[in-house]
Design a protein around this ligand. Structure first.
Ligand code: MG
Length: 110
C-alpha cells in the first residue's frame, strides 16, 4: 500500500529522473538545496510582520522545502514518516505536557 508520502516521493523522483538530475543529487548538495530553499522561505519574512508575508510565495517556498526534504530522505534511505513519528515520541519525552504546557522554553530550561 502506497502512502501519500510515498506517492509524492515517486512524483518528485519522476520529475527529477525525467530531467536526468539524479547525477547531481548527492546528500551534501541535497542538504545545501534544502537549506537554500529554507532560506528563500525565511527571506519572505524579512522586514515584514507575519501578516505582510505573501501567502502565494510562502506556498511555493514551502513546496520547495518539501521537495528537497523528500529527495534528501529518499537518497539517504530514511523513512520520513517513521523518522517524524520517532521524533514526536522523543519530543514527548523532552517536553512532557505537565512541564511544557504554554511555555516556550527549550527542554533543558523547563
Ligand atoms: Mg525556492
Amino acid at each position: 500500500m502506497d502512502s501519500e508520502l510515498n506517492i509524492l516521493t515517486q512524483s518528485v523522483l519522476k520529475f527529477r529522473d525525467d530531467r536526468n538530475w539524479a547525477q547531481y543529487h548527492n546528500l551534501k548538495d541535497l542538504a545545501v538545496c534544502l537549506n537554500i530553499e529554507a532560506g528563500e522561505l525565511l527571506e519572505l519574512f524579512l522586514w515584514k510582520n507575519s501578516e505582510e508575508v505573501n501567502k502565494a510565495k510562502l506556498k511555493e517556498e514551502l513546496a520547495d522545502v518539501f521537495y528537497a526534504t523528500l529527495l534528501l530522505a529518499h537518497e539517504s534511505g530514511i523513512d520520513l514518516s517513521l523518522a517524524l513519528t520517532e521524533k514526536l515520541k522523543s519530543n514527548e519525552i523532552k517536553y512532557p505536557i505537565e512541564k511544557s504546557y504554554g511555555k516556550r522554553e527549550k527542554y533543558d530550561e523547563i
